[in-house]
Design a binder for this molecule. Structure first.
Ligand SMILES: C[S@@+](CC[C@H](N)C(=O)[O-])C[C@H]1O[C@@H](n2cnc3c(N)ncnc32)[C@H](O)[C@@H]1O
Length: 276
């Protein structure tokens, strides 16, 4: 069956829903993207009418489950292990420094806020494990990995990756991984035990929580939101940081953001802030 074009009104309605529920802006130039993603999902489950699918999406629990499937289609999950080396160096330096300064056993907490299929979160965990083991002083780490896409989080939890992705992981960290067969590898249980996964919408970041992190790693996600939403999210993330905590952003994530409690970290090719 031929794709049914989204009318102007339908485009406004669907893009409005995305902006409201996810903060994601789909500009007019990307109308075809929106149309093809919604249409292909509709076809999969036997819908041919945007209005009827709209009603389904907005119909209680079943609608919520379907919404999470659609979210998965509408979000981009492109990611890789150790995607931005200088940002990982920054975390390495920070953890080494905090172990050195710790007066009692350090429990270092990291949050990967849009973990997609898990590569970013496991990169942080592999690195933290390596540093904690190498140091004589006892220290622990934990990584919380969240994303708005439930299917992506489910894949992250499973932690099966194609063997060609190993090339991005430094040899010194390979004792944290385990080959499954000649095509796949996984993460060792000792590291998996230090991970917590959850579905989380960054638009909810301002809801109160008692958990505080030493590092909040937020990369390649803010660009989907408009500037005021980005700023609200960043202001919200600050409240989830421990004293001296690091907020590590993607280099092009935002321009001209400042916060009275945060100081820009001076490290080449990174965009990071520290809670003072
Ligand atoms: C391009 S991936 C980035 C993955 C990883 N952070 C990295 O840099 O490799 C963007 C991720 O942001 C997630 N995302 C989009 N909107 C979100 C929201 N409102 N809250 C949380 N995550 C969101 C998507 O589901 C997707 O997995």
């Amino acid at each position: 069956m031929q794709i049914s074009p989204l009318t102007e009104g339908e485009y406004l309605r669907w893009s409005g829903l995305l902006a409201e529920r996810l903060g994601i802006i789909v500009p007019k130039e990307r109308k075809m993207f929106l149309q093809s993603k919604i249409w292909s999902r509709m076809r999969e489950i036997g819908y041919q009418d945007y209005d009827k699918y709209w009603d389904y999406i907005n119909s209680g629990i079943e609608g919520n489950l379907e919404w999470s499937q659609l979210v998965d289609r509408l979000t981009v999950h492109e990611t890789s292990f150790f995607r931005h080396a200088p940002s990982f160096e920054l975390v390495e330096e920070d953890l080494n420094d905090k172990i050195l300064k710790a007066k009692e056993t350090l429990r270092y907490k990291i949050w990967s806020v849009s973990c997609a299929t898990g590569e970013e979160a496991y990169s942080l965990a592999l690195l933290a494990q390596y540093i904690c083991l190498k140091n004589e002083k006892k220290s622990y780490f934990g990584v919380t990995a969240t994303d708005v896409s439930a299917p992506a989080v489910a894949l992250a939890k499973q932690a099966y990756y194609s063997i060609d992705k190993l090339a991005n992981i430094d040899q010194k960290l390979h004792n944290g991984i385990e080959t499954v067969n000649h095509e796949m590898f996984t993460i060792k249980d000792g590291i998996k035990k230090r991970m917590a996964f959850g579905v989380f919408n960054l638009l909810d970041v301002n809801k109160p929580s008692n958990i505080k992190y030493d590092v909040i790693y937020c990369q390649n996600v803010l660009m989907y939101f408009d500037k005021s939403v980005r700023e609200q999210i960043l202001d919200g993330l600050v409240e989830h940081l421990n004293r001296d905590g690091l907020l590590v952003l993607g280099q092009t994530e935002i321009n001209f953001w400042s916060h009275p409690k945060m100081q820009r970290v001076n490290k080449n090719r990174t965009l990071a802030f520290r809670l003072s």
